[in-house]
Design a binder for this molecule. Structure first.
Ligand code: NAP
Length: 294
């Protein structure tokens, strides 16, 4: 299978490229500034339709995993023009090119399309983002639907795993580093998510691509937790001292962008449809523990 990944230098894109490489797929790894760790590197700026066309011409993809985005929640708030250019215009460019090439497009959207007032959101629940990142994802989802490309919109949540993208640690690696420093630190206990183990997500993404599932699907971890409970579970799984984690609240943190209180995703549709099921948090952390030497 010819696979084009946008954002292959990122947290998720890198894992997708690694797995595709291991399967023997032809992997074209789109990147903007950071050289991707796996696949054939392809310089690609999704905000330029010319750059996107060129990448599609080289890769001739059967499947496109579109993960590239401005993902910083606060960054999207203060760099709104950039967030619109990359997350919306860039996605439109990729979707149009996928349509023209007859490729199947998997677009990575986010739990932040929801306002977080209820939690455990299903695919058809009303979107009502509370921050600009979420707004760009809502508009991008609509652009993908309107493009005419054969597509699946995947909403995921709080991705973690044993690999850092570039120098940036994901929440689990950051928490382990903090726990090993033995210096007490604060984690919010009143924000809820469905942490998603990167390798589990990648397996589900390949299954949906192989089956050509279309529409919208929530692919995330199967366990809803507060960020504090997530950090607590990490400490327990890695045999580290959980008592140095101090529960705090969202109001104590000086975030620029508002966060949804409970953006957890209901993954029951994926549980029913897929052989690779959304994993429970305990199982995911056990698998991650096996990947990290002491
Ligand atoms: N991480 C999460 O917890 C989470 C949760 C929900 C949804 N998602 C969604 O999942 C997807 C992947 O997230 P992630 O955390 O893996 O992202 P990430 O690590 O922040 O990586 C973002 C990627 O986008 C690329 N990029 C940025 N601007 C670009 C442009 N103009 N043209 C081409 N590429 C560009 C970056 O390339 P360079 O580094 O080479 O510049 C990088 O590879 C995103 O769409 C995100 O919204 C993630």
């Amino acid at each position: 299978m010819n696979i084009l990944i946008t954002g292959a230098s990122g947290l998720l894109g890198g894992r997708i490229a690694e797995y595709a490489d291991s399967r023997g797929d032809s992997v074209f790894s789109g990147y903007l500034r950071h050289h991707p760790p796996f696949g054939y590197p392809l310089k690609l700026d999704i905000t330029s339709s010319q750059s996107v066309s060129e990448a599609f011409r080289k890769a001739r993809p059967d499947v496109v995993f579109h993960t590239a985005a401005i993902t910083g929640v606060d960054r999207c708030e203060w760099e709104r023009d950039l967030a619109l250019q990359v997350n919306v215009d860039g996605t439109r460019n990729v979707a149009d090119a996928a349509r023209d090439a007859g490729a199947y497009l998997v677009f990575l959207s986010s739990d932040y399309v929801f306002d977080g007032s209820r939690g455990l959101y299903k695919e058809d629940d009303a979107r009502n983002p509370v921050n600009f990142l979420g707004k760009t994802k809502v508009i991008a989802e609509d652009a993908v639907r309107a493009s005419g490309a054969r597509h699946l919109i995947v909403r995921t949540s709080f991705i973690f795993g044993s690999r850092a993208a570039r120098a940036e640690a994901n929440f689990a690696l950051w928490t382990i580093r903090k726990l090993k420093s033995h210096i007490p630190f604060r984690i919010v206990a009143d924000q809820f998510v469905t942490p998603t183990y990167d390798r589990n997500l990648v397996k589900m993404l390949f299954e949906v691509a192989e089956k050509g599932i279309e529409g919208t699907l929530h692919l995330a971890g199967a366990t809803r937790v507060s960020k504090y409970d997530f950090a607590f579970s990490i400490a327990k799984s890695f045999g580290l001292d959980w008592e140095i984690i101090i529960p705090s609240s969202m109001s104590e943190i000086g975030w620029i962008a508002e966060r949804p209180v409970d953006s957890s995703l209901d993954t029951s549709k994926a549980q029913k449809m897929l052989d690779n099921k959304p994993m429970a948090l305990g199982d995911s952390l056990k698998r991650m523990r096996e990947e990290i030497p002491d």
